[in-house]
Design a protein around this ligand. Sequence first.
Ligand SMILES: Cc1ncc(C[n+]2csc(CCOP(=O)(O)OP(=O)(O)O)c2C)c(N)n1
Ligand code: SF4
Length: 349
Amino acid sequence: MTYVKPQFRHPDAVTNELGCTRKDYEGGLSTLCAGCGHDSISAAIIDACFQLSIEPHKVAKLSGIGCSSKTPAYFLNGSHSFNSVHGRMPSVATGANLANRDLIYIGVSGDGDTASIGMGQFAHVARRNLNMTYIVENNGCYGLTKGQDSATMDTGSANKKGDVNLYSPIDLVRVGIEVGATFVGRSFSGDKAQLVPLIKAALSHRGFALLDVISPCVTFNNHDASTKSYATFRGSNEPMPVDFVPRREAITTSYDAGKVHEVCMHDGSVLRLQKVNKEYDIEDPQSALQAIADHAKEGRVLTGLLYINRDGEELHDVLGTVRRPLNTLTEQELCPGSKFLDSINAGLR
Ligand SMILES: Cc1ncc(C[n+]2csc(CCOP(=O)(O)OP(=O)(O)O)c2C)c(N)n1
Ligand code: SF4
C-alpha cells in the first residue's frame, strides 16, 4: 500500500477565484478506517474552503487527541497546524487567536475530546466568543482507544460488545447555546448538501461557531443498537436544508418566500434556511433550546443552523485589543516605557 498521493491534476479541473483547484486544499492521505465519518467531514471542509476561495496559508488548524483530532493532517496542506493535548485545543486556539487575529481558525475535536476531558475548556472558549469554527466529530465513542462510550452516547444505546449506556447524554449544541456560543449548528457527516454550506457560514461568522457533526465510527459504533450509526441516524434526523450565498453573488430568492428564512452574515454573505415542520426563532436561545428539546422528545435529532447571535462581541472586541495582530507589533510598540509603567503602578497604590 502506498501513502503518497498522486500529484496529477486534470488540465480542465475547476478553479476558484484564486486560480486554485480543489486539490490545492487537500491534505495527506487518510489513515482512518475506510468509511469513517470523519473523512467525509474533512472532504466537506476542503469543499467549503475551496468554494470560499480561502488562501490556505491564512488558516490555522487546531485539534486535540483522537481519530477526529488526526484529521487536520488530511485537509489544507498549506495551512498552519497544531495538534495539541487531549481536550486542550481551546486554550491553544485562544492563545494563537490573541496573537494573530488575522488568521481563520478551524478547531477539530471529538466528542471524547470535547465532552469529557475538554468540557471545561470548551465551555470557556464558547463563553469568550473566540472568533473560530469549532467542529466536533461526534461518534458517541472514543474511537482511537477502541470504542469506549463517550459522554454524548444516548441512554440505552449499546456499544459493540453489547454493553448498554445507563447515563444521560450531554447534548453539545444545548451546552453551546447555554454557555454563549454565537453560532450553533448540527449536521451529519453523510449529508454534504447540508454540511458544506453550514461550514461556509460558520467560517463567515464573526465569533464562536460550533458545529456538532454526527460522524459514525464504522469500527466500534455502527451497529443496530447504536443511535450514532449511519442507519439509525438517517432514520431519526430532521434536517433543515441550508444554502450559503457568498457576498459576491447577486442574492436572489429561489425558494417559496413563506418557507425560507435568510440570515445575513457579517461579511454580507447570506445563509438561507428552509424551515423544518415546526418553525422557531433561531435568534432566540430559549426558542432554539425548546425546539431541540421538542424534537429530542419525539426521538428526532434536529440538524441545520439551530441558533445564531449576530450581535455578540468577539473576544478581541471585549478586550479592546488593537486592530493590528499582536505578533506584528514591535518591541517599542509593545513596551509603554518606564514613565507610563510608573503611572500605572502609582494608580494601584
Ligand atoms: C490526557 C489524556 N488522557 C487520555 C488519553 C487517551 N485518549 C486518547 S484519544 C481518547 C478519546 C478520543 O475520543 P474522541 O475525542 O471522541 O475521538 P475519536 O477517536 O472518537 O474521533 C482518549 C481517552 C490521552 N491521549 N491523553
Ligand atoms: S476507529 Fe472509528 S473513529 Fe477511529 S478511524 Fe476507525 S472508524 Fe473512524
